[in-house]
Design a protein around this ligand. Structure first.
Ligand code: NAP
Length: 259
């Protein structure tokens, strides 16, 4: 299927591995020239050269912390204008609702709400002027079905969700389509690390932890970055022009909600 986005220019944040890389690969496969970002330079440069070689597109790596103003400025300077923006960053740590300080909340808001908003504010006006744009914000299933120990994430991502609900409707008439993509459990390093933590805490193997978690998912399996990326690429395609301000949940049916 031709997604109709060949030779568009896109930015995928936090993309040296995991879900961000899945999105970058699927966009590259559709012919999108990319700037990709992560903090660690070595892995990022390696990913960018693999993507450029495999798909025959431009893929420019910019090593920077996307949650800081300085990091975003460097990424935006290398990018110039963009037709497609995929926002993403690492998630806040788990914890207990009574322990989080104001500083913890500010860090979470910077990481998982304000950085995505700042990138949209920087890039969407140009998309509107040119009459075409796509934005996908990677959030979490916790937006639909909050997880108690991930309160910092719940708070920041719901703030972003509220912002997108309003602004996506304000920019759609100018051809800019903004939506959120909500991962449930996917087989990335983040999931492996969480499984490792649970394995240590409970004194059972990582395999057993994973099997137990898989049993909580109607598909009985973790999602893959490849499938996640394909959904993201569709949401950036010419066919997504009637999909506005949606929260698309990819969780294998884990969240038991009817709408
Ligand atoms: P991952 O496999 O750990 O990959 C994270 C990627 O983001 C890496 O490329 C990392 O590279 C980069 N990154 C992290 N913080 C960054 C920052 N401040 N600036 C720039 N790049 C940064 O994680 P993932 O599973 O793909 O998760 C992506 C997002 O989805 C996270 O917010 C996570 O909380 C959320 N999520 C994931 C799952 C899941 O099951 N995987 C479920 C729900 C929500 P560097 O470390 O080198 O910067």
């Amino acid at each position: 299927m031709d997604l109709g986005i060949k030779s568009k220019r896109g930015l995928v944040c936090a993309a040296s591995k995991g879900l961000g890389r899945g999105c970058a690969e699927a966009l590259a496969a559709a012919g999108v020239d990319l700037v990709i970002n992560a903090r660690g330079e070595e892995a990022l440069v390696h990913t960018a050269s693999e993507i450029a070689a495999k798909y025959g597109v431009e893929c420019t790596p910019v090593a920077a912390d996307i949650t800081t103003e300085e990091g975003r400025a460097r990424v935006l300077a290398a990018l110039g204008q963009a037709d497609i923006l995929v926002t993403n960053a690492g998630g806040p740590p788990p914890g207990n609702w009574q322990d989080w300080s104001r500083d913890d909340f500010i860090r979470a808001l910077d990481g998982n709400m304000l950085s995505a908003i700042a990138l949209m504010q920087a890039l969407v006006p140009g998309m509107m002027e040119r009459g075409w744009g796509r934005v996908v914000n990677i959030t979490s299933q916790s937006v639909r079905s909050p997880i108690d120990v991930l309160g910092l994430s719940n708070t920041a991502r719901l703030g972003l969700t509220g912002f997108v609900a309003g602004m996506s409707r304000a920019v759609a008439k100018d051809g800019v389509i903004v939506n959120n993509l909500l991962p449930g459990i996917h087989a990335t390093d983040r999931a492996t690390n969480l499984d490792g933590g649970a394995s240590k805490a409970e004194g059972i193997s990582v395999d057993e932890i994973r099997k137990r978690r898989e049993l909580t998912i109607p598909t009985r399996s973790y999602g893959t970055a490849e499938d996640f990326g394909a959904t993201c690429a569709f949401m950036c395609s010419q066919y997504a022009k009637f999909m506005v301000g949606q929260n698309i949940l990819l969780d294998g049916g884990s969240s038991n909600i009817s709408i």
